[in-house]
Design a binder for this molecule. Structure first.
Ligand code: AMP
Length: 416
């Protein structure tokens, strides 16, 4: 693969897969432009070199059909403002050959939502996986996906993938398109490079002690990561809703707390594996229990294995917070995914806030800290601490798959 830093884009047309899947309000106004800002270093480098830009992205889930509510035309002005230059727009990503050809150095063209075509995702539409003709339809769609990718590739001289959020998908624009460029004309963008480096710091260049904090609602959705981390971490904090599956598995009374009853054996297995591998597994011991799932609920602090009937654990208690802090503060590598409580309710943010603050303290003392995956990013943003950790990942599913140790198709497609 080529390297974006050294590549000279002068006089070249670059097609860049960005993640402009930004949230919009009901009037089509952008409510958070983080993703557009994230792509700017790559886009500005290409324009500064004297290249021209063809920007492609998806927005939402139009499922292979045109849906004006998900048109990228709505964000054209915001992209123009961010880049400080006019942005042309083509309302059909398969009919952009002419506009691409006319691009002069320094000019920018934005393509319409790629997912208005089913070929982008490459899954056959209108047929169920169990239907008899499915395999045939899937095969045909793969061929159509190649043609779709080939058309996108025909617009440009060079391909850059800077969309980490979709790197775990083998879509036309994230992976297949790369097949139509020579090795020296395809590369990762700056944002992608940063994400890959951050994941490497967690999986390969680990400085010890390494503390991972996994929270959120369920153990089942995090099991792949927990298992992969078990071979790498020194301390593993499991918090949030999954606490109560563990508490119940240990024979505790958990009241009406969230629990995956079919994962009790899994919880015991995780505890056993941690012991075998010498991982210090830190589970919450006390919690802030509430008498209803509400911010205004009555609360009491109790042991996670002795929650009164009709009460539910919604946040980590003070003793748990101390235990979490004691393994976060001395850490030199930290990964955080998933809140320690129902942080959406102001009265149940203490556990997540304490984790965020401990991570910031450790980072100040030289630790590398990566926060990623949806809700923990929302947490650090809510607490105003996003700039005080080493890295906040833009990728939800992509980050989690990377940490599970899976090869991301979007990165593999670019090649070595
Ligand atoms: P996840 O998507 O699995 O990372 O889970 C994030 C969600 O877990 C957030 O919406 C939290 O409100 C929720 N959560 C965290 N702790 C608890 C808890 N003790 N009970 C119920 N939900 C929780």
């Amino acid at each position: 693969m080529a390297n974006i830093e050294n590549y000279d884009f002068g006089g070249k047309r670059a097609i860049v897969r960005v993640d402009f899947n930004v949230p919009l309000d009901e009037n089509g106004n952008i409510t958070d432009d983080t993703r557009i800002r994230g792509a700017l270093p790559t886009l500005k480098k290409i324009l500064a070199d004297g290249g021209s830009l063809i920007l492609m992205s998806h927005m939402g889930k139009p499922k292979g059909k045109v849906n004006e509510k998900l048109s990228l035309g709505q964000i054209r002005e915001a992209v123009a403002t961010a880049l400080g230059t006019d942005v042309k727009f083509v309302p059909d990503c398969m009919k952009a050959a002419e506009a691409a050809k006319e691009l002069k150095p320094g000019e920018v063209l934005l393509l319409e939502n790629l997912r208005f075509y089913p070929e982008e995702e490459g899954k056959p539409v209108g047929i169920d996986k169990k239907d008899p003709g499915y395999e045939e339809a899937a095969k045909e769609m793969k061929e159509r996906q190649k043609e779709f990718a080939k058309t996108l590739a025909s617009y440009a001289d060079v391909y850059v993938n800077d969309a980490f959020g979709t790197a775990h998908r083998k879509h036309a624009s994230t992976a297949v398109v790369a097949d139509y460029f020579d090795k020296q004309d395809k590369m990762l963008g700056f944002l992608m490079e940063k994400e890959v480096k951050a994941v490497d710091a967690i999986l390969k260049d680990i400085r010890r002690p390494f503390t991972a904090i996994m929270g959120g609602s369920k153990v089942s959705t995090k099991i792949g990561i927990i298992e992969n981390l078990m071979d790498k971490v020194d301390n593993l904090i499991l918090c949030g809703g999954m606490t109560y599956t563990f508490a119940k598995a240990m024979g505790g009374n958990i009241g009406t707390s969230i629990c995956e009853d079919d994962k009790l054996d899994l919880a015991l297995d995780i505890m056993k594996k941690a012991k075998e591998k010498g991982v210090n597994l830190v589970l919450g011991t006390d919690c802030v229990a509430a008498d209803s799932f509400s911010n205004e609920a009555k609360t009491q602090v109790c042991s996670v294995i002795d929650i009164p009937e009709g009460w539910m654990g919604l946040d980590a208690g003070p003793e748990s917070i101390e235990a979490f802090r004691s393994v976060i503060l001395p850490a030199k590598t930290i990964l955080w995914n998933g809140p320690a409580g129902v942080f959406e309710f102001e009265n149940f943010t203490a556990g997540s806030r304490a984790i965020a603050e401990a991570i910031v303290e450790a980072t100040d003392k030289g630790a590398f800290s990566l926060v990623g995956g949806g809700d923990s990013v929302a947490c650090v943003n809510k607490f105003g601490l996003a700039d005080s950790v080493s890295y906040v990942s833009t990728g939800g599913g992509a980050l989690l798959e990377a940490i599970e140790g899976k090869t991301l198709p979007g990165i593999a497609a670019i090649g070595e």
